[in-house]
Design a protein around this ligand. Structure first.
Ligand SMILES: Cc1cc2nc3c(=O)[nH]c(=O)nc-3n(C[C@H](O)[C@H](O)[C@H](O)COP(=O)(O)OP(=O)(O)OC[C@H]3O[C@@H](n4cnc5c(N)ncnc54)[C@H](O)[C@@H]3O)c2cc1C
Length: 652
């Protein structure tokens, strides 16, 4: 098949519904689906519960509009495929064990027990939502996939999208596990995995579920959803009863756990005691795609031909029909204002202490120098120091007048970080792609907190324990830099660190990842042990620098391996950057005196009592050390040599 009009990444319920709708409107569509069985829709309970879920604001409006589409939408799918979707407006009852606040809609104790016999005697009241209900999410997913295929959507199962290829805020293609693919428009619908491809704040939220089977002729058969305070009980029309769900912030940790299943069974039998005798049929788990405000990200993305449809968290089954409609309308140029509330830019921090603009800075066109502001060192009142511009640092064809790189982690707040970066004169700042992606503590809004029109971003692969992860995160880092306006930034600080205690890098994994990343056009700055042979291999592989560690990261032990660093410097034809371990300005100067071309210092600045003053001290020390190296120090001698000439002195 030729190039599709639209390429959808993710073949879960959201991706398939969008693809089906697009195809229905006449577009040619390809869906990349890494693993259909991993889709959250296979795990979901399938409740359609805007009110029972207590949704409010635009999310409630979106959900109600979606619920209104359900009868027609599911009917059409069933007609097209002959496959049931399990749509069942059976109503949702919310029995309460705690004392409910008085309200006109509240069912009192007598009413609720009449309404649903055999509930726990501890139930004191509750609410009834007759318009809400459920779909059998597995059946629905199956029907959607059949419908997509029936209509001619090309589903590429087992194909993983690995990276967006973008330039000037336009996606030119997708790098996949099966080669490159192009389309006119791209839709990101990769659920809980979305942040692996683009810098969107979507994380997995694990949920475990279990299923019971209603015994034949049981007098306790349920015909409506029971949505309790700690459990929901969803009876399917075929007699299965879905119990859900745990809510666990454990990343992509697999498996059902004893504690998880015990919680489901205990809470279910507490609310509806007859379930204690129902046979247990199955248990499973899945990952809800959750954003920081628990609402989806919908609508135009960071590029002109990219649309985002992800982060549906615990209501993705409910929200699918409206998502498909609004997204397809938006791609076709009809914008519904309801989408504004779900735009990705709502997560870009705008507080005073952070960069206010929610729009990425304009792409940079002139390559170098990237930072022309006077550095704090030039404001010294002492005699002018020979400026670094006569002795600039060049990495991968880009020149920098400062030889000090800094990190962005561990600062108490963004204001201190910015002030100490400025005081240090540093022009290159490294950013942990993974931590920014996952909004790890201290990293929320970090990418936006720095003025990237003045500072060159060095995305790093911190947190990666093997080569494959590091390659993936490097690609993501390149996208992050582009989205923040550095279109031509192909730098990556490569860290492959399997050792959590000493944070020592894996030499073999680093070399493997470096070889691949160089092939993909990256300027690779690998973080390595001070091993001269490895440094040579990395240079031969095409790395832009080598970054030997002085001592373990954040240890402040200084340069423990000066002899090896000297050999690396002697052999290298690429810049040598001493990274990690430097604790004081004297150690910074010492490293530069060894002949290092640059330093990378984070903890010693960020964790100093006064990070701003320490930033400046490190900047001065780096420059002093460099000048000393260039000036050439005197040889060390065994005996004294007087400073003044001895000839012509008066003796006697
Ligand atoms: C325990 C649990 C209970 C839930 N209960 C309900 C409920 O009662 N009601 C409700 O409305 N919602 C519920 N949900 C939420 C709902 O299931 C999700 O919001 C919805 O399924 C998300 O759909 P999606 O298509 O965005 O993501 P997914 O269904 O997760 O699909 C994403 C797909 O993209 C693929 N993919 C990922 N990365 C790549 C890549 N790089 N290249 C190619 N393919 C890729 C994955 O393999 C996956 O198949 C529940 C979810 C869970 C986990």
């Amino acid at each position: 098949m030729g190039q599709a009009d639209v390429l959808v990444i993710g073949g879960g319920i959201v991706g398939l519904a969008i693809a089906t709708e697009l195809r229905h409107q006449g577009a040619t569509v390809t869906v990349l689906s890494r693993d259909f069985n991993a889709a959250a829709g296979h795990a979901a309970a399938g409740m359609l519960a805007p009110s029972a879920e207590g949704l409010t604001g635009p999310l409630l409006t979106l959900s109600q509009r979606s619920l209104a589409h359900y009868p027609d939408w599911s009917h059409k799918l069933e007609e097209l495929t002959g496959q049931e979707t399990g749509y069942w407006p059976c109503g949702i009852l919310t029995p309460l064990l705690s004392q409910p606040p008085a309200s006109p809609e509240l069912l009192g104790p007598v009413a609720i027990h009449n309404y649903q016999p055999h509930l726990s005697t501890k139930v004191t009241g509750g609410y009834w939502y007759p318009a809400e209900g459920q779909a059998d999410s597995r059946a629905l997913l199956k029907a959607l996939r059949m419908a997509a295929q029936e209509l001619g959507v090309e589903i590429q199962e087992g194909v993983t999208a690995q990276a967006f290829l973008q330039h000037n805020h336009h996606v030119n293609g997708i790098l996949t596990s099966h080669g490159q693919q192009q389309a006119g428009h791209y839709v990101l619908a990769a659920g809980a995995w979305s942040s692996g491809l683009l810098p969107v704040p979507v994380k997995p939220r694990k949920g475990q579920l279990a299923a019971l089977l209603t015994p034949t002729d049981s007098p306790y058969r349920l015909n409506r959803v029971l949505y309790g305070e700690h459990i929901y009980i969803v009876p399917r029309q075929d007699g299965r009863i879905i119990l859900g769900a745990t809510n666990e912030d454990v990343g992509f940790a697999p498996h059902n756990t004893a504690a998880g299943v015990a919680q489901l069974l205990n809470e279910a039998t507490r609310l509806y005691p007859p379930l204690a005798d129902f046979p247990l049929q199955d248990c499973w788990w899945g990952y809800r795609p959750v954003t920081p405000d628990e609402a989806p990200i919908l609508g135009p993305g960071q590029c002109d031909n990219l649309t985002l449809a992800t982060g549906h968290h615990r209501n993705g089954i409910l929200l699918t029909p409206i998502t498909a409609k609004l997204i397809v309308d938006s791609i076709q140029g009809t914008h519904d204002s309801l989408l504004d509330a779900f735009h990705w830019e709502r997560f870009i921090t705008t507080s005073d202490s952070q960069v206010a603009s929610i729009h990425p800075p304009a792409p940079k066109s002139s390559p170098s120098p990237i930072y022309s502001h006077p550095s704090p060192m030039q404001t010294l009142s002492s005699p002018p120091i020979p400026a670094a511009d006569t002795d600039s640092l060049m990495i991968a064809g880009r020149t920098f007048s400062s030889r000090l790189m800094t990190g962005s982690g561990k600062f108490d707040n963004f204001d201190t970080m910015r002030a100490s970066l400025a005081a240090s004169g540093s022009q290159i700042v490294t950013v942990a792609v993974r931590r920014v992606q996952t909004n790890a503590p201290g990293h929320e809004g970090l990418a936006q907190a720095i003025d990237w029109t003045k500072i060159w971003m060095l995305p790093n692969t911190a947190g990666c324990t093997n080569a494959e992860e590091a390659i993936r995160v490097a690609r993501l880092g390149r996208e992050m830099a582009k989205l923040l306006g550095q279109e031509d930034n192909n730098f990556v600080k490569l860290e492959v660190i399997p050792d959590a205690k000493y944070l020592l890098p894996d030499p073999i994994g680093t070399l493997r990842a470096a070889e691949q990343l160089v092939k993909e056009g990256f300027a690779v700055l690998p973080y390595v042990n001070a091993d001269p042979i490895l440094a040579k291999y990395l240079e031969e592989a095409g790395c832009a620098t080598v970054m030997p560690l002085g001592s373990p990261i954040g240890s402040g032990q200084g340069v423990r391996n000066a002899a090896n660093i000297r050999i690396i410097v002697e052999n290298a034809n690429i810049p040598v950057v001493v990274d990690a371990g430097i604790g004081s300005p004297s150690e910074a100067a010492e490293s530069m005196e060894l002949g290092a071309d640059a330093l990378l210092i984070n903890t010693a600045i960020a964790k100093a009592q006064d990070p701003v003053k320490m930033g400046r001290a490190m900047g001065l020390a780096t420059e002093a050390g460099r000048l000393a190296y260039v000036a050439g120090r005197i040889p060390v001698k065994a005996y004294a040599s007087a400073s003044s000439p001895l000839t012509g002195t008066i003796t006697g």
